[in-house]
Design a protein. Structure first.
Ligand SMILES: [Zn+2]
Length: 236
């Protein structure tokens, strides 16, 4: 998922296939300004090494920031090194920045705030048992771009985790892998959110994709519902 502001692109997560999308859409390698990783599950991070290699091969020059949970910093650095993508070999400056709750990233016309969510909460006890110090960090991101507000939930435990952000947003990009369209519609009932884009559909919803907007609206949501596909663009 990406947010464009003019010629500048901000990427929200980097799952497998992201470099292929850059190539297919002929995105200039220097268009990308920053990547925001929500959590360290492979379907949200698995495209990072290939994207870094694609940027290297396409002779990117501009500095790139990757904002990610602190628990993933060492792992991502080691992964890039393992793939022969050493910092000094990339051809551009790469900064790995640990995300913390609250407003953290500012660029021209863009600010991004990280909102902790409970998606990985269920793993915390198991990690502790295994002597693993990780805290199960997981974030949603609220971006403000020239006064317009875009909420990217990434993965959640339940949509009720971010109601205030859903209330404020001009566009919300919400996953549908961990709760039903009805649960989402209930949370959105009565909120002024004008437009909802659903993504990351659980496999059981894929064959009945066409029914999703009606199911969300039947549960109480009154705005527009769109189902995202690769390459889709939405203007805010
Ligand atoms: Zn996940």
């Amino acid at each position: 998922m990406g947010v464009w502001r003019g010629e500048a692109l901000y990427l929200l997560d980097a799952g497998e296939g992201v470099a292929g999308q850059f190539a297919r859409l002929a995105i200039p390698p220097d268009a990308l300004r920053a990547i925001f990783i929500s959590h360290m599950h492979a379907d949200h991070t698995g495209g990072l090494p290939v994207l870094m290699q694609w940027l290297q091969l396409n002779k990117r020059k501009r500095r790139l920031d990757i904002c990610l949970p602190s628990e993933g910093m060492d792992g991502v650095q080691n992964l890039l090194t393992m793939h022969y993508l050493l910092p000094e070999w990339l051809g551009f400056d790469l900064e790995l920045l640990a995300v913390e709750e609250g407003p953290g990233y500012e660029a021209e016309g863009v600010s991004v705030e990280a909102i902790p969510n409970r998606h990985l909460e269920g793993f915390v006890a198991r990690l502790k048992e295994a002597g693993d110090p990780r805290l199960g960090e997981s974030f949603s991101y609220a971006a403000e771009v020239d006064g317009k507000r875009i909420l990217f939930t990434a993965d959640l435990a339940h949509p009720s985790e971010v109601p205030e952000r859903l209330r404020d947003a001009d566009l919300a990009i919400v996953e549908l892998a961990h709760y039903t369209p009805e649960e989402l519609g209930e949370v959105l009932g009565g909120l002024p959110l004008p437009r909802l884009v659903v993504t990351h559909l659980i496999h059981t919803l894929e064959p009945v994709e066409g029914e999703i907007p009606a199911r969300i609206r039947a549960a109480g949501y009154e705005g527009e519902v769109l189902v995202a596909h690769d390459g889709d663009e939405f203007e805010v």
